[in-house]
Structures are given as structure tokens and as C-alpha cells.
Ligand binder design. Structure first.
Ligand SMILES: Cc1cc2nc3c(=O)[nH]c(=O)nc-3n(C[C@H](O)[C@H](O)[C@H](O)COP(=O)(O)OP(=O)(O)OC[C@H]3O[C@@H](n4cnc5c(N)ncnc54)[C@H](O)[C@@H]3O)c2cc1C
Length: 445
């Protein structure tokens, strides 16, 4: 049996590890179409194709009692990957996000007013504390081996030597530094946003947006981008909730999070900022309260693309997966969907490789095929971080007037690879606007 190590029990690592330990009917149970096995079923399972060891820094109990990790909105195609792997365990409880709304705080930032459009397939956000703790328990229930503890760079040679393949999926943690930064795709040397998140209850839905949604309000001060304010619907430990997220330009007027405040203070400061900057949102959010003691997260990350393969001992290689090698700013809300795509792709590459060696060539080829998609996500995320180029302002302006443009932009979040055809490049954006008869000047006139 092939031995595979997965280091990191987050969105990507757990999806991969569970995919390598698929659930199956116990030996002697009815064949295909029969009742799937429950974890408690005492009958022996058929042999698993892979011997998987998962290295997890925290137990499920630690994860659930810890602080929130993300806002983790996932769109239709990524949810479909989880569903196909039998991992959509919270679909009937998580609010179905059916709309995205983009407001406009300052016409000089995004001219022409706001817009909203329905998603063709609903999105969902399940608190990663709920999801990763639940998946970790599922992996153990399937007989997967979990080694608890933090893996350091010095541990990797031993782990890699003991396995046919070692995949490092430790997200934004320091272990990712074993993978060299790829300067070709990493334009930043510092964070482009300071982040502040709080899971809350008590916000109100604005007129014009029906049910659960994501709404985004860019904030501009004196014509300069100061950041963005997000509100979205999610599932947390004890039921549905809302999440507020600030993406603050470092050093700007929204960047008031350096002392890493807790949930109560994040709510207080958020209300202060909203009262001053976004009175409409203040009216909607003034009743909000944190859901629990771990409801807040503040910090910053530097977007980076890394070389996907690291040589941890002479001739011994490990493969990077998810945020460990492609880390985008959350402004585009793509990291969890990308991690699911990366895991599903890696799983197919492993299972499709038969008895072939998981050598450096296989690792490079596996990442290269994934990067064909991931590069579009990185391009889109980075585009949202800078001052909006003229063609982007023209598209957003047109979206406020033309439902077709709004619909295409909103649904582009489900698969940013499609943005290359009409949004990210100026000439293609112009051609698209001309075709739909939505060509308007960037000032919205
Ligand atoms: C504020 C914020 C908001 C976000 N909002 C969204 C959003 O709306 N939509 C979206 O798609 N994405 C969003 N993201 C990004 C998304 O959460 C990540 O991209 C996604 O979780 C990445 O999955 P991953 O498996 O690569 O890493 P993670 O999910 O971070 O998992 C890494 C795991 O490895 C563990 N680990 C780390 N170091 C070690 C070690 N040395 N040894 C052992 N284990 C280790 C960690 O504890 C963790 O369990 C957001 C991120 C942030 C910070």
C-alpha cells in the first residue's frame, strides 16, 4: 500500500486526506447502491488503497474552542467538489448565499452606483472551526492515522523518508517557507490589507437584498481607496450567523487593528468606523454582537506564490498544496474554493498515477496543471487590491446600469478563470462592453 503524509489539517489537507480514505461499505455489506457505512458500523472495512498519515497541529476540541480562521465563502463549483467527495456535511444547515451585492461609498472609487445580482448556484460559508473539526473526526472515524503536534522544517526529512509522498498543506503558517518564493508571480513584499473579522448576530438585511448574501462596500477617503467592508451570512458553531470583515489599507483610516482586539472591541470599533464612514451600514449593523469568545480574528498576510516543490533532504522532495504555495489576499474571497480545487486536483493526480513514482517531475507536473487555473485567481485577487484600472471602473459602472454585466461579474466569483475573457484585460473588457451595448465612460456619465 502506498504511504502518503499530509501535513496540515485545514481546508486543503483534510479534503485530500479524506479523499484518499474514501468511505465505503463494510466488507459483506451490499454492493454499489447499498447503504453507506456509518462511522459506528463495527463490520470490517475493505482494504483502503492508501496508508494516509495526517499531521494536525490541533485536536478537534482545540479547533472548536479556538478563534475563527476565515470568512470562507465557497462558491458552487468548489462546493460541488466537496459534495462529490462526500464532504458536504453542513449543506442542510448552512445558509444558502444566493446574491452578491456591491455598494458604492464614494463615486470617485466606483462610479455609477451599486449593484446586486443572483448567483446561478448558491454559495455557502461554514465556519472552518465547524468544518475542519468535523472533517478531522470523520478522518479518524474512517481509520485514518492522525499525528497531533506542530511539524517543523526539521521534521520534514524524516516524514518524507517514511512516505512515498508528502504533501504540505499548512496554509499561511511558517512551514510554508520551506517553499521558495516565486518572484515571477509575487508582486508584493508586504501586506496590502489589514484584516479584521468578527462573527456576529443582530445585523439587518438591507432593502433590495432578499435572503442570505454577501455584500461589499468599498471605502474611499478623499478619492483614495481606504479598504472594503464585507457582510455575509454563514454557519457557526451554534447555528446561522453573520460575519463582518474589514479589509483595511495599511496605515489608512480603517487600519485600527494593530493591538489585535478581541470580539467585543472589534464590534465596538467597527461601529465607530461605520458611524463615521458608512452610515447606511451603521444603521444595519448597530445591533450586532459577537457570537462567542473566539469570534474575532485580526492580522495581515502578504500575498505570495511559492515554488511548489521543496527539497527537504538531498533527493527528497515534498509537494505544497493550498495557501502554503498560492496565498492570495481574502479581498476576492477565493482561498477556500482554491484550496478545494487544489485538493481535488491533487487527489486525481495521485489516484491517476497508479504505481508510478511521486517524484519531483510528477510534483512539478501536478502543480503546473493546477496553476493553469490558480493563476487566474491570483490575477483577479491582485487586481482587486490595487487602485481600479480604468477598464475595471468602466465595467463596474456598467454593472450598475446593465443587469447582464452585473450578473456576469457576480457569477465570475464562482470561477475567476472566466474573468480573463472579459474583465482582467483592458482590451477584452472594452470589446465586451461594446458587444453588450454597455460602453460608458469611467466617470459613469
Ligand atoms: C480573514 C480571512 C478571510 C477569508 N475569507 C475567505 C473567503 O471568504 N472565501 C475564501 O474562499 N477564502 C477565504 N479566506 C482564505 C481561506 O480561509 C484559505 O485560503 C483556506 O483556508 C486555505 O486552505 P489551506 O488548507 O491551504 O490552509 P488552512 O485552511 O489555513 O489550513 C492549514 C492547516 O495547517 C495547520 N498548520 C499550520 N502550520 C502547521 C504545522 N507547522 N504543523 C501542523 N499543522 C500546521 C493549521 O492549523 C491549519 O489547520 C480568508 C482568509 C482570511 C485570513
Amino acid at each position: 500500500m502506498r504511504r502518503i503524509a499530509v501535513v496540515g489539517a485545514g481546508q486543503a489537507g483534510l479534503h485530500l486526506a479524506l479523499g484518499l480514505r474514501p468511505d465505503g461499505p463494510p466488507a459483506g455489506a451490499p454492493g454499489p447502491g447499498g447503504t453507506p457505512a456509518s462511522p459506528a458500523d463495527p463490520r470490517p472495512r475493505p482494504p483502503q488503497p492508501y496508508d494516509v498519515t495526517l499531521y494536525a497541529s490541533r485536536t478537534p476540541e482545540d479547533v472548536r474552542s479556538g478563534r475563527v480562521l476565515s470568512t470562507q465563502v465557497m462558491y458552487g463549483p468548489a462546493l460541488a467538489l466537496e459534495r462529490a467527495a462526500g464532504l458536504g456535511l453542513w449543506e442542510d444547515r448552512a445558509p444558502l448565499i444566493t446574491e452578491l451585492g456591491f455598494a458604492v461609498a464614494d463615486p470617485s472609487h466606483s462610479p455609477g452606483g451599486g449593484f446586486a445580482a443572483p448567483l446561478d448556484e448558491p454559495a455557502q460559508s461554514v465556519d472552518l472551526r465547524v468544518k475542519t473539526a468535523g472533517w478531522l473526526e470523520l478522518f479518524e472515524a474512517r481509520g485514518g492515522r492522525v499525528v497531533y503536534g506542530t511539524v517543523g522544517p526539521a521534521d520534514l526529512p524524516g516524514i518524507a523518508a517514511a512516505h512515498d509522498l508528502t504533501v504540505v498543506a499548512t496554509g499561511n503558517g511558517p512551514l510554508a517557507e520551506v517553499f521558495a518564493r516565486d518572484a515571477r508571480h509575487s508582486p508584493y513584499d508586504r501586506p496590502q490589507r489589514t484584516l479584521a473579522v468578527c462573527y456576529v448576530r443582530g445585523t439587518r438585511t438591507p432593502d433590495g437584498l432578499g435572503g442570505p448574501h454577501v455584500r461589499v462596500t468599498p471605502v474611499a477617503v478623499d478619492g483614495t481607496v481606504a479598504g472594503e467592508f464585507f457582510v455575509l451570512h454563514a454557519l457557526t458553531l451554534d447555528g446561522p450567523c453573520e460575519i463582518v470583515l474589514w479589509e483595511a489599507v495599511p496605515g489608512g483610516p480603517l487600519d485600527v487593528w494593530a493591538d489585535r482586539p478581541g470580539p467585543g472591541e472589534v464590534v465596538e470599533r467597527s461601529l465607530g468606523l461605520l458611524r463615521d464612514r458608512l452610515p447606511g451600514e451603521y444603521a444595519l449593523c448597530r445591533g450586532m454582537e459577537p457570537v462567542d469568545a473566539g469570534a474575532a480574528l485580526t492580522g495581515a498576510l502578504t500575498p505570495v506564490v511559492r515554488r511548489p516543490v521543496a527539497e527537504v533532504a538531498p533527493g527528497t522532495y515534498v509537494l505544497g498544496l493550498g495557501d502554503a504555495v498560492v496565498l492570495n489576499d481574502p479581498v476576492s474571497g477565493q482561498g477556500s474554493s482554491s484550496a478545494a480545487r487544489a485538493a481535488a486536483h491533487c487527489l486525481r493526480a495521485i489516484t491517476g498515477h497508479g504505481d508510478g513514482p511521486f517524484d519531483r517531475t510528477w510534483m512539478l507536473r501536478t502543480f503546473a496543471a493546477h496553476w493553469e487555473h490558480a493563476r487566474h485567481v491570483t490575477a483577479f485577487s491582485n487586481l482587486l487590491l490595487g487602485p481600479a484600472p480604468e477598464h475595471v471602473r468602466r465595467i463596474l459602472s456598467a454593472a450598475a446600469r446593465h443587469p447582464e454585466v452585473a450578473h456576469r461579474y457576480v457569477n465570475g466569483f464562482a470561477d475567476p478563470a472566466g474573468f480573463a475573457e472579459w474583465f482582467t484585460e483592458a482590451d477584452r473588457a472594452g470589446a465586451y462592453l461594446a458587444v453588450v451595448g454597455a460602453a460608458v465612460p469611467a466617470d459613469g456619465g
